[in-house]
Design a protein around this ligand. Structure first.
Ligand code: AMP
Ligand code: ZN
Length: 136
């Protein structure tokens, strides 16, 4: 399924040119136009899924092995020191393009990027209550 109004559908299926690093029947991996670090890339499924809630399980199952393959390739070729992989679902989480994509962000010891989370000290009872809310 494709969405004719979706720019990532057009990029993933080759209708709009991109800096493609990898392609197979299910995915295209492209360089991000505004990279957070050197080599920042995006895994795009060729089918249109809006986000994590909607991606088909069989496609989702192929995303992490592909992320690993690309991380190994970029580590070898770019000499990065680590990786962040990020998937934003919905505006609240920072999603701006509503076609599922996984960010591949090579990290370098001195890249100056800050992708760390703000941690909240939380009482044990509150953690227990949240756990019950999720699994009950
Ligand atoms: P997100 O905020 O998770 O939806 O990420 C969207 C990402 O897509 C951002 O990092 C943008 O820089 C990137 N982006 C948007 N349009 C293009 C494009 N035409 N080609 C490559 N990257 C793009
Ligand atoms: Zn799309």
């Amino acid at each position: 399924m494709k969405d004719e109004n979706c720019i990532f559908c057009k990029i993933a299926n080759g209708e709009i040119p991109s800096r493609t690093l990898y392609e197979d029947e299910d995915f295209r991996v492209i360089m991000d136009l505004a990279p957070a670090t050197k080599g920042h890339s995006l895994i795009l499924p060729k089918q249109h899924y809006k986000n994590l809630y909607e991606i088909a399980d069989d496609t989702a199952a192929k995303v992490l092995p592909l992320a690993k393959k690309m991380a190994n390739l970029m580590t070898e070729k770019l000499g990065c020191d680590g990786f962040n992989i990020i998937q934003n679902t919905n505006e609240v989480a920072g999603q701006t393009v509503f076609h599922f994509h996984m960010h591949l962000i090579p990290r370098y010891d001195s890249d100056g990027q800050n992708l760390t989370m703000k941690a909240h000290e939380t009482p044990a009872e509150e953690l227990d209550a949240i756990k019950q809310q999720i699994i009950k």
